[in-house]
Design a binder for this molecule. Structure first.
Ligand SMILES: [Mg+2]
Length: 291
């Protein structure tokens, strides 16, 4: 499929059965597509059951860098979704290829996130060091907003980053999860990893007016690395990304030259005003087949 073929028109509503027939591989976002805060969304259990039964290749693409694929799989199983770890591509699992490509094995790394975030960095060959004012990191990796005392840790990272850059030291800034906000529960929102990176970049822009400070390298949706990993594993571009967010799932798929389907069960409100610039290939009204 060439890029010109996938710089698509909006093709209207589609059914789950049509997507299963048309594409070799399904890429699925998790939150707002398969699950929400109260459990699985309608049709999710049957869809996963069908794909497992007929050996339909699929991958869950999630910006979560706070859980290993094994931990995520256990959580899905507890909700009745039999999704094995090898079907889950987390943004945390992109740290290892990034470290390999940039020669960062053995690098001293500050990691923001819980224990599984640190595990991702160790598995990538990084040496995890504490976030303290006198830390001398080679890499700062912001995986998640949980697992550490927020303000004092962010202040310590800011101090360490300034001291390294003041001394002219090279510093890699890595952002597996570029999401800015998340839905904590109904009508309750939280800032997440991408927002911490945004604040640190604003702080660097204040201190280094020549603009020559490093930037965070994002790995998760809507950026290419997570789609490159899906392509590497699936071996085909006959993939459709099913997601609930225009700014991550749909925009990311479009930029990578893949078709996409927007579901109305998550963060995007599909109103009378249309879908704006990051429109999907399709709207998928429900995961339930035969409707
Ligand atoms: Mg989502």
């Amino acid at each position: 499929m060439s890029d010109s073929e996938t710089s698509q028109q909006y093709r209207g509503e589609v059914s789950m059965g049509e997507l299963l027939d048309r594409y070799e591989v399904l890429l699925l976002d998790s939150y707002g597509v398969l699950i929400h805060q109260h459990g699985p969304l309608p049709g999710a259990l049957a869809l996963v059951g069908t794909m497992n039964a007929v050996d339909k290749p699929y991958y869950i693409l999630t910006n979560d860098a706070s859980r290993s694929p094994e931990a995520a799989s256990r959580r899905y199983h507890s909700l009745g979704l039999a999704i094995p770890p090898e079907r889950i591509i987390t943004s945390g699992s992109l740290i290892a290829p990034y470290f390999a490509a940039n020669g960062l094995r053995g690098a001293r790394c500050i990691v923001l996130g819980p224990a599984d975030s640190e595990r991702y960095v160790r598995e990538a060959g990084g040496e995890v060091i504490p976030a303290s004012n006198d830390a001398e990191p080679d890499v700062v990796t912001i995986c998640d907003e949980s697992g550490f005392p927020y303000l004092e840790t962010v202040d310590a990272v800011l101090t360490a980053v300034f001291r390294c850059l003041d001394a002219g030291k090279e510093l890699h800034l890595v952002l597996p999860n570029p999401d800015l906000i998340f839905l904590r529960s109904e009508h309750s929102y939280g800032l997440t990893a991408g927002s911490i990176a945004l604040v640190l970049e604003a702080a660097m822009a204040l201190r280094y007016p020549d603009g020559k400070h490093p930037r965070f390298v994002p790995l998760g949706k809507p950026h290419a690395p997570i789609f490159e990993e899906a392509l590497r594993r699936s071996g085909t571009r006959s993939m459709v990304m099913i997601g609930d967010q225009l700014s991550t799932d749909i925009k990311g798929a479009r930029s990578f030259g893949l078709d996409s389907a927007l579901v109305p069960t998550g963060l995007t409100h599909i109103g009378a005003g249309g879908l704006g610039d990051s429109y999907p290939t399709y709207v998928l009204p429900t995961l339930v087949r035969g409707r």
